[in-house]
Ligand binder design. Sequence first.
Ligand code: CUA
Length: 153
Amino acid sequence: MHLDEKIWLTLSFGLIIGFMLITGYQAYAFGMGPPSHKETIDPQKVDETAPFDNPGVRKIGENEYEVVMTLQIFSFTPADIEIPEGATVHFILTSKDVVHGFQIADTNVNAMVMPGHVQKITQKFDKPGSYLVLCNEYCGAGHQVMSTTITVN
Ligand code: CUA
């Protein structure tokens, strides 16, 4: 084998290894699979699993709140929450039974909340008022009455 052949072979082999390393690094750095909605929970044990063992509204920063909420036929827990004007709210949601919807009127918030999955949504409430929260996924006989409010004041 000529020396230039050896050099050429070494270079192309090195290139392949290089690509493999880059791809491997990306998989490691950014994670494999879909980037969102990966968090799961045992839907039978929602009441015992943090943070859903303690649903409610918590202040986590300067006019920043975390709302841990469970959806179940045919209600939202906690219901009728109140937050200050201009607040940024991080919703952490799961369902205790079937697929529900989480839609906040007059905002872009519109999400599916599935049993076994943790849904996270952030929304800033700049305008004061009463925001209607609706379940927009058919979930049974009481689907039409499944609603609550978020009061911003
Ligand atoms: Cu819950 Cu429809």
